[in-house]
Structure formats: structure tokens, C-alpha cells
Design a protein around this ligand. Sequence first.
Ligand SMILES: Nc1ncnc2c1ncn2[C@@H]1O[C@H](COP(=O)(O)OP(=O)(O)O)[C@@H](O)[C@H]1O
Ligand SMILES: [Mg+2]
Length: 370
Amino acid sequence: MTVSSPFIYDEPLAAEELIGRQNALALLRERALDGRNSRLEGPRRFGKTSLVRAVLDTAKADGAHAIEVNFLGCVTPADVAERIELAYRAQLERPLQQWFKAVVRTLRPTFSAAPGGVGASIEPQVTAPGLPERLALPRRVLERTGRTCVIAFDEFQEVFRIDSMLPSVFRSVIEGQREAAAYLFCGSHPGLMRELFSDRRHAFFGQAAPVELEPLPEVDLADALTARFEQHGRGLGEAFEPLLDAAEGHPQRTMLLAHHLFAETKRGTTADLMTWTRAHANATREVAGEIQVVWDGCSRLERRLLKTIAHLTVPLTGRDAQERFGLVKSGSTQVAVDRLLRDGTLVVDRTTRSGWRIVDPFLAAWLRGE
Ligand SMILES: Nc1ncnc2c1ncn2[C@@H]1O[C@H](COP(=O)(O)OP(=O)(O)O)[C@@H](O)[C@H]1O
Ligand SMILES: [Mg+2]
């Protein structure tokens, strides 16, 4: 039986549902108001898209045009150009919609059979007809309305994956019209995003100051979860601390657990440890398939490494790691760590013996056999 709960865990949240994040929101708002670009860093499901939407809401309230483009699933430059155009079409405010349709008719098609045609001004050449003009839309909007745009490019790593030179097309256009828009970049592959923005070899070096998303603070969670249980005639009771322990401040995992706890707690009652045990088991069952996929995608070395790191008290190079988990000291261990850091499975954590932490507390618990 599913009981609907006030805890959403499978899609980005509306601004009023965000827990914590006030500082990040204020900072991003201020930067957007000043016309400066930002990039949001954080592992998958740490609330990047939710926060971006909240920033766009504030941008609208501050008088800017707000456009959110999500590049997930784009496979060609033409696809990217089309995604941008569709975002404007859907999100520009109503009085601009007819105007926008007319503007689009003057743009190059997003794809054409003939190669080239990007124009000599873009170095190096990437075949992306129609993309520079769509990236330049903020200037058209500014000319028309006298107001700037705040534009979020979500899942931006996809652009890089299509062609490592494609981000330079973005940069050359964006740099040419700083007065027209502020950009907010985010993506779910921390390694690629960092490479794009902090590696000198890549196009976006130094273009957008990072704002990092940490786990949610327990104090904020305490207030928000208690309030929501109470609003719906329920108490968190003894379940609260085990929930915090199991979720480790991971935003989506916290909401998943809160949802299951809510569903197990009858109206008019307070959760206890039995309720918690059932809720936890239900949540664990729900993520089992996903954990299996992660595990299947890991090499033998990565598995040993994850297992060692999951046991927070075991250092990577000790005898324990070798005897219990088969982890021998070698250069390839670092390669494996790097991959897992890049794809956001691991994060640096100075408080653990290994120096790393597994981002998903459910994966870590499963590796510990809990
Ligand atoms: N600030 C927050 N407060 C409460 N829950 C959050 C918060 N940020 C994220 N979440 C939870 O995480 C889930 C994924 O959020 P999302 O914004 O899609 O993350 P991302 O874009 O980083 O993958 C949401 O459905 C919600 O359950
Ligand atoms: Mg997202």
C-alpha cells in the first residue's frame, strides 16, 4: 500500500520545499543579479536542479528573464541547439512568445546537410550550424525588452561529451555578450564539470565561480522533518536519530527515508523504532536494484576499494584492507579512486580513515553488510 507523503524524492523540488540551502541560494541570486556566472558543484541528487530552479524564480522576481535548459540526452550539436530553442519557446513570458516565433524563423536551421557553415569567427571549428545564433538569443531578448536573462545550463557535461570542442562554441558566444545574461552551469558528473571549469586546457577555465553543495545540515533537517510530520498529524519520535544516521545528510536519501517513515506512521501516532525498522527496510528494498547496477558497473579493484572505504575505520593501505578486502597497494588503486571521485561515487572526506566517503549511504551500508 502506498500512502502519499509530503516528501518528494524522485524529482526536483519547488523552491518552497527546499530544506537548508539558504546561503547557496542567496549567493547565487546575488551573483546572477550582478551578471556574474556560477557553477553548482555537487554529486547526483544533492539538489542541484532544485536549487537552480529556486535561483531562476528569484531571478524572475528580480526582473530578469529566466530560462532553464537541460542537456541530458543530447547527442549532437544540432540537438543542443534545438534544446536551447525549445527552452526559450516554452519558458519566455507569454507576451514575448509570438515575437520569439518570428525570431526563430530568421535563424539558421539547427541542422543542415552541408558541413561547415559555423562562420569563421568560431575557433576551433565545430560543425554546429544554428548553435551560435541560439546561444546569442539573450542579446535579442535584451534588445527587445531592455531586460537581461539568467540562464541555467543543467547537465552541462553532456555538451562536453558530444564533442570536447563544443564548450568553446558556448564560450565564444557567451563572452561576446556578457551584458545580456548571467549563466548558471551544473552537471551530474563532478569530474567532467571540474575539468571544464578549472583545467586550463579547457574552454571554460575560470569562467564561473563554483558554489558547492554540501550534505543538508542536521539542524535544518530536524526542523523541517518535524514540522512536516506535525502538519500531517504525526510525530517523528524515536525514529528521528536513526533516520539522520542512515541518511548522512544526503538530500535524496533523507527524503526517501522520510517518505517511507511517513508512510509507515499512522495519522495521529508517533513513529517508534519498530516503525523505523519497517520504513528502513522498505527504503532499502526500493534502492536495491539501483545498487546492483552500480556494483555491476564496477571493476574488481573498484569493488575492493569501495568495500574498504565503506568501512570508515579501515585505512586503505593497512593489513586490514589487504586481508579483509584484497586491496593491495598499487598505482592502479589511485586510478580507480580517481574514476570514482570523478563520477561522483566518492567524495573527499577528511574525517574517515581512507580520506574518502561513499556518497550514497545506502551503497555504503550495503557494502558493510548492514
Ligand atoms: N534542499 C533540499 N531539501 C530537501 N530535499 C532535497 C533538497 N535538495 C534535493 N533534495 C532531494 O533530492 C532529490 C533530487 O533533487 P535534484 O534537485 O533533482 O538533485 P540533482 O539535480 O542534484 O540530481 C529531490 O527529489 C529531493 O528529494
Ligand atoms: Mg539534476
